[in-house]
Design a protein around this ligand. Structure first.
Ligand SMILES: Cc1cc2nc3c(=O)[nH]c(=O)nc-3n(C[C@H](O)[C@H](O)[C@H](O)COP(=O)(O)OP(=O)(O)OC[C@H]3O[C@@H](n4cnc5c(N)ncnc54)[C@H](O)[C@@H]3O)c2cc1C
Length: 407
């Protein structure tokens, strides 16, 4: 038995569904399956690191936004907001489940040139049509609402303060897992290391665990985060997902702001937001930004001093004196094709289901993606929200989804 309470060996030799990866995506699918009375099958979740120490889920910044340029991405986040705010209700009114809220300080995109301002204007149209409450702000309006910013180079801002900001992703993850297990989903602390397929290669028949057991499956879900490509390769499938490093810093300020700091997307690509009452969070990609080793979580200490801190202090002069109190490096499961989700069945290996490539927005997408994959596994179609835009086949056909609001 691992420290997590997961056994290492499955109780059966065959399951209707095997989910590879038991972090937030795999657990969301497991929970939605357990919540669907039409699904009566057995579910095994295999998790190679039951501490979740290196998962994307453990390194997240845990924010949600409706400022996407693709309508479907807006709707996915709207379901996330509804799910988070009604978590207890979704979980059958169980009084042990916490009542959660969203800290609605919004994401504030700042444009320092007209072409990006036009992108924000176009995005706002998509967002409003989907029911979001995005507002465009002139520099004067930004100065009035948020007087602490230096906006001398800014031509436009875009913000939405309804259902956009921080939420407690850890609590939702815990309850997906806890509730799914209580309802009979089996989690094991083990690793899928190989797969077998049928003679014509159209179905995965079994997985082999690191401990040697061979377990048969009806359907298989790849929810293995940055390791998605490695998992798919076991079924002879290529998927364009690789681990990319993203840095996070928590800092305190000698002079804290007098109001919440929105999740500010600086034109430089650095972002920062309110964290605790007197602490703030900043993040940025590595530069350059290559695929990294699965186990490489080294910090780049120079990047704060030479790049991030000067940008923050220029944008918010009051942050001239700030002190890092915590920092970490995490991995995006970066979809190099179009940075969007890859979801649903493979077009040839029909029982191999993708739930991959969520880059920096997977936490907020987990409720809709888990619900969608559970519907697919149960009915062979999406019912609540049509997620077929994210099908793997777009990669084969070379048809990327152009999402202009990627962080
Ligand atoms: C720094 C950072 C900031 C982020 N900020 C946000 C944010 O603000 N908002 C947002 O929505 N998203 C954010 N994200 C993205 C979000 O955290 C991820 O998209 C999400 O957590 C992905 O969950 P997952 O379950 O797909 O992957 P993971 O959490 O990586 O889980 C995959 C699991 O699969 C397991 N696994 C892999 N291979 C195998 C195998 N062969 N056998 C068994 N188990 C296996 C791994 O051990 C792991 O636990 C951020 C990510 C990072 C890194």
């Amino acid at each position: 038995m691992a420290a997590s309470g997961y056994a290492t060996t499955p109780t059966k030799s065959s399951y209707d569904v095997i989910i590879i990866g038991g972090a937030i995506m795999g657990s969301s699918t497991a929970w939605f399956l357990s919540d669907n009375p039409d699904f009566t099958g057995s579910v095994l979740v295999v998790e190679r690191d039951a501490s979740y120490e290196n998962s994307s889920t453990a390194h997240t910044n845990s924010c949600m936004r409706q400022q996407f340029s693709t309508e479907l991405n807006v709707r996915i986040s709207q379901f996330a907001a509804d799910f988070v705010k009604n978590l207890r209700g979704y979980m059958g009114g169980d009084e042990r489940v916490p009542e959660l809220d969203i800290q609605n300080y919004g994401y504030l995109y700042l444009a320092d040139n007209n072409s990006f301002a036009d992108v924000l204007r176009d995005n706002q149209k998509v967002q409003l049509a989907a029911g979001a409450e995005t507002r465009l702000l002139t520099p004067d309006q930004i100065a009035a609402d948020y007087p602490f910013y230096n906006i001398e180079d800014i031509v436009l801002g875009s913000i939405n303060t309804k259902d956009e900001g921080y939420w407690d992703g850890g609590a939702v993850f815990d309850w997906f897992r806890r509730s799914a297990r209580e309802r009979g989903v089996e989690y094991v602390s083990n690793e899928v290391v190989a797969m077998t397929k049928n003679a014509d290669g159209t179905r995965v028949q079994s997985v082999t665990l690191k401990s040697g057991e061979v377990v048969s499956c009806g359907q298989i879900v790849n929810a293995s985060g940055p390791r998605a490509a490695r998992t798919a390769k076991m079924a002879g499938i290529d998927v364009p997902v690789e681990p990319r490093k993203r840095f996070t810093w928590i800092f305190s300020a000698e002079q804290p702001l007098d109001r919440d700091l929105p999740l500010t997307i600086d034109p430089s690509g650095v972002h920062f937001r309110q964290d605790g009452p007197k602490t703030y969070l900043a993040g940025c990609p590595a530069n350059p930004d290559p695929a990294v080793d699965f186990d490489d979580f080294n910090m780049d200490h120079g990047i704060w001093q030479d790049h991030v801190w000067p940008i923050i202090a220029t944008r918010i002069p009051q942050f001239e004196a700030i002190k890092v109190v915590n920092e970490w490096a995490g991995h995006y499961a970066f979809n190099t094709f179009d940075q969007n989700a890859i979801l649903g069945p493979h077009h040839e290996v029909e029982n191999f289901i993708f739930q991959n490539g969520f880059s920096g927005h997977g936490l907020q997408q987990s409720p809709a993606m888990g619900r969608g994959i559970a519907e697919w596994l149960t009915y062979g179609e999406y019912r609540s929200l049509d997620l077929s835009l994210f099908a793997y086949e777009r990669i084969v056909k070379g048809q990327p989804i152009i999402e202009k609001a990627v962080i």
